[in-house]
Ligand binder design. Structure first.
Ligand code: ADP
Ligand code: MG
Length: 280
């Protein structure tokens, strides 16, 4: 990977002919991803959607340097994924909130700032701001086990945003939230992206969520996991009425058809070891 200084023109993420094969010992090799080409521009919002097992989480984990590609290249702001991790170029909010149970809510949110040796006063200011944003100002002294799953997820999102990263990697972050909270978090997330100019790769099972949030929706299919279609969404600035726009519905339909265009017949007939299609 090049060690040249990153330039402002570098894509947030650039994946070229990426393949990821898991060698699962006796059960053989699983091609989680193959032939993945994807570039995400700075400030762009891209969602990944597709049936369970199509490699969405694997794709994010490659960008986050939590897995290594078997072939192809993954660059983050023009650097190797590894260097980007060392430089803390991105924030992560994954499915399970992953909070430290012995720390208070506030201390969880402040963790990345502590690691960066941000002074206490500034940390406090920032965690106040973030906790207010996710509606948890009154819970700063609570421990994670005292919160509902949805509240824990909001803490994780606040933590991912603590350092105002240029890139956010989110794996079904709103899956555990009730519908009202979920829509509020979606709007908040877009407002944050607007403010900070951060790029997002966002995994979701929800077609309307993907459409509402994204500049482009990346549709994937499994066995082997690959990108089958990329649906551009041009809805302009989102507001209260966006979800009722005709343009919104036609984008939802376009994504649904892209998903249907590549039905995973094998999943319906395969053994119980294969995770079925669970698009909701
Ligand atoms: P998704 O997030 O789209 O549901 P994943 O990225 O989790 O899909 O998984 C893609 C495929 O790779 C699946 O078949 C899964 O079983 C397999 N897989 C994921 N992680 C591992 C691993 N650590 N070892 C072996 N196989 C894995
Ligand atoms: Mg997943």
């Amino acid at each position: 990977m090049s060690s040249l200084a990153p330039s402002p023109e570098d894509p947030a993420v650039s994946m070229t002919r990426v393949e990821k094969v898991f060698d699962s010992g006796r059960s053989g090799a699983v091609t989680a991803l193959t032939g993945v080409d994807l570039a995400v521009a700075p400030g762009e919002f891209v969602s990944l959607i597709g049936p369970s097992g199509c490699g969405k989480s694997t794709l994010l984990r490659l960008v986050a340097d939590l897995e290594t590609a078997t072939a192809g290249t993954v660059a983050v702001f023009g650097k190797s994924a590894h260097q980007a991790r060392l430089d803390q170029d991105y924030g992560i909010a994954f499915q399970s909130a992953g909070l430290l149970p012995w720390r208070t809510v506030r201390a969880n949110v402040e963790l990345p700032l502590e690691l960066r040796k941000v002074p206490r006063g500034r940390r406090r200011e920032r965690s106040d701001e973030l906790l207010a944003m996710v509606g948890l100002a009154d819970f700063s002294a609570a421990r994670p086990h005292q919160l509902s799953g949805g509240m824990q997820q909001r803490v994780a999102i606040a933590r991912a945003l603590a350092e105002q990263p240029r890139l956010l990697l989110m794996d079904e972050p709103f899956g555990a939230l009730d519908e009202m909270t979920r829509e509020r978090m979606q709007s908040e997330l877009l407002a944050i992206c607007e403010r900070t100019g951060c790029a997002v790769i966002f995994v979701t099972h929800s077609i309307p969520e993907a459409v509402y949030l994204s500049d482009r929706v990346v549709v994937m299919s499994p066995r082997p996991g690959r990108i089958t279609e990329i649906v551009p969404v041009s809805l302009g600035e989102r507001d209260e009425d966006t979800r009722e726009d005709a343009a919104f519905f036609s984008a939802v339909t376009a994504v649904r058809e892209a998903l249907r265009g590549h039905p995973d017949h094998s999943a319906h007939h395969a053994s119980s070891t294969v995770r079925g299609v669970d698009l909701r």
